[in-house]
Design a protein. Structure first.
Ligand code: ACO
Length: 324
């Protein structure tokens, strides 16, 4: 069988760190409230003029370097974002031009905070079908641009950043216990929950970009259930058990959601990669940012089994089980 093997990763955070205390100077909030409810201590905000594509390009270059690949080797670029540079063309084409990979397929994918999981799922399908051999998969966001600074229940929770991985199709034995690469993908959506987490603008409705709206408590409730279910789904599909998992790399929205998910799945917290304290919620960028950090600092090593998962607006949610 063919498997999509991860051969490189990279990430980029904007330079500007914004602490909770800094936010509390202009927003009616406190460091203590934000930490207690979300686990967030600080976030990064893109500089004026710095766009989603700038972050994506830097993350993509780092991933290509670590894979030791030439831009000409790429067959496919999938970029997950809910905050593209423009309505069109796809931000992925900006990354493609900057890398010098003209000619390969490049498109954006929109599944908000599950975007990177959906993008991996999509790239994996192309690779296993033989329609592409090498894919660059990116999650990149500038959520600071769609926050309502009058709404303290949401504006303190998000940040900007980008992460990327390079996948290559390789032949494998077909044994989930030993194969390297992506072992299973599970992605879901339920459009009935649109109003619980959405942006109240867009080209076809208001002709404005709009701002993020969230009913936090309701999202929280669904998130824990969905995040635990997609891990179970991955284990059932592959015949593996939670004791086989070396790392859980979840979407970084809220420390309490992550801890509750780990508990439900039966994983100790020392097997969970957690960046929410420093990155806040970077939507589609949060999983590849966390993954790249843990690969670079040596926690996630070749041979390790990791489950990546996300949940976001739509609702959308999903998991990817991968052996590094
Ligand atoms: N500072 C101080 N007080 C605040 C703030 C703030 N920043 N925001 C809200 N409050 C107040 C509220 O006004 C409310 O006050 P009241 O009781 O006097 O009315 C009180 O705090 C409690 O508000 P709740 O919204 O009920 O607080 P909750 O405990 O639910 O925590 C939070 C809010 C952090 C948003 C939580 O619900 C959450 O994390 N939900 C999930 C959100 C999430 O994960 N979204 C992302 C997933 S999908 C994606 O990533 C896009």
């Amino acid at each position: 069988v063919k498997r999509s093997v991860l051969i490189g990763s990279g990430s980029r955070l904007p330079d500007r760190i914004v602490t909770n205390d800094e936010l509390a100077r202009t927003v009616d909030t406190t460091d203590a409230w934000i930490r207690e409810r979300s686990g967030i201590g600080e976030r990064r905000f893109a500089a004026e003029g710095e766009s989603t594509s700038d972050l994506a390009i830097a993350a993509a270059r780092a991933a290509m370097d670590s894979a030791g690949l030439d831009p000409a080797d790429l067959d496919l670029i999938v970029l997950a974002t809910a905050t593209p540079d423009h309505t069109f063309p796809a931000t992925a084409t900006k990354v493609q031009a900057a890398l010098g990979a003209a000619g390969c397929m490049a498109f954006d994918l929109q599944a908000v905070c599950s975007g990177f999981i959906f993008a991996l799922t999509t790239a994996d399908s192309y690779l296993r079908a033989g329609q592409a051999r090498t894919a660059l998969v990116i999650g990149a966001e500038t959520f600071s641009r769609i926050l309502d600074w009058q709404d303290r229940g949401t504006c303190v929770l998000f940040g900007d950043g980008a992460g990327a991985v390079v996948l290559r199709a390789e032949d494998a034995a077909g044994d989930p216990r030993s194969d390297r690469g992506i072992l299973s993908c599970h992605a879901h959506a339920d459009g009935r929950h649109h109003d619980l987490l959405h942006v109240d603008g867009g080209p076809s409705t208001t002709q404005t970009t709009g701002l993020l709206r969230m009913q936090g408590r309701e999202v929280f409730r669904h998130a824990v259930v969905n995040m635990a279910e997609v891990v179970d789904e991955a284990l059932t599909a592959t015949g593996l058990s939670s004791t086989d998992i070396d790392w859980l790399v979840p979407h970084q929205a809220n420390q309490r959601i992550i801890e509750a998910t780990a508990r439900k799945v039966g994983l100790p917290l020392d097997k969970v990669v957690m960046t929410v304290e420093r990155h806040a919620n970077t939507s589609a960028a949060s999983v590849p940012l966390a993954l790249d950090e843990a690969i670079r600092d040596g926690r996630i090593r070749p041979g390790h089994l990791a489950v990546l998962e996300g949940m976001g607006g739509g609702f959308t949610w999903g998991s990817v089980l991968i052996r590094l």
